[in-house]
Design a protein around this ligand. Structure first.
Ligand code: ARG
Length: 261
């Protein structure tokens, strides 16, 4: 009798332990599924960054972008350099790839003559939409006119990959990364490419943008300060994420917006 009950008690404890282990590993799995998107970021579950748009080309997700006016989007030049404008769509007012949101065609793609496809220098483009996005469905983001101070923590959002191998994230992801000095970044990229004055870098351990985040916003001090441009791998401690420095391409954006008023 005694032996049996002792055995039972142990069995019960073992069961509890197993359940606890299962629970913990499930929790870990779920976190990996839900939270580690962009790379090392978290899911955006409210429409709080409603200047964000995604670009779709020939029916498939392409890149991120930002509404700077009700009919103008800022994105990366490398996203739209080789596209046929008529096959391009922008989706506003959505934080999930499964929701269409507000869809607009693009009238004009403006890529600066300084953009260099080989070096990804001056990686910015302005899209003029065929029709406006209703003011009730978005808030335009202002441009960060001046260079961002080193160490500033900035928000990066996108539907890009959550690590080097995975696919795009269905739910919009956000991550906060500190801005690095350009000199430090140049040193880190010395063997790879030149970090020009039109670029800025940001990174933190295990946190980065990744493929698919391109064209999307980097927001510092509440303003559009960068555009996701390139990197080597994702969240690789040797190579920070590189962003187009909005303050250095500010006059291109402003004059383009003025021209297509
Ligand atoms: N070029 C990529 C894209 O087209 C963005 C890569 C950003 N990479 C990084 N490690 N921060 O989506």
């Amino acid at each position: 009798m005694y032996l049996v009950s002792k055995h039972n008690a142990m069995g019960f404890q073992l069961q509890l332990l197993l359940q606890l282990m299962l629970y913990l590993s499930l929790d870990q799995l779920l976190c990996a599924e839900i939270d580690e998107r962009i790379v090392g970021g978290t899911s955006v579950t409210e429409k709080k960054y409603d200047y964000f748009v995604r670009l779709r080309y020939q029916g498939v997700f392409l890149c991120g972008g930002s509404l700077v006016r009700n009919n103008a989007v800022v994105t990366a030049a490398h996203c739209v350099n080789d596209v046929r404008v008529k096959d391009l769509r922008i989706h506003a007012d959505t934080i999930n790839l499964k929701d269409k949101g507000i869809v607009r065609r693009v009238k004009t793609v403006v890529i600066p003559s300084l953009y260099n496809e080989r070096t990804t220098n001056y990686d910015v483009a302005v899209l003029i939409l065929a029709a406006t996005v209703p003011n009730a469905n978005f808030t335009a983001i202002q441009l960060h006119k001046t260079p961002v101070a080193v160490g500033t923590k900035c928000l990066v959002i996108g539907h890009g990959m959550t690590n080097d191998k995975e696919q795009d994230s269905t739910q919009l992801q956000e991550v906060w990364v500190p801005v690095l000095s350009r000199a430090v970044c140049q040193l880190m990229y010395l063997r790879v490419t030149r970090i020009t004055r039109y670029m800025m870098c940001a990174a933190d351990a295990g946190k980065d943008s990744c493929s698919g985040d391109s064209g999307g916003p980097m927001v510092c001090n509440g303003k559009l300060a960068g555009i996701v441009s390139f990197g080597v791998e994702c969240a690789d401690p040797r190579y920070p994420g590189v962003y187009t420095d909005i303050s250095s391409v500010y006059s291109f954006i402003e004059s383009t917006l003025e021209k297509y008023k």
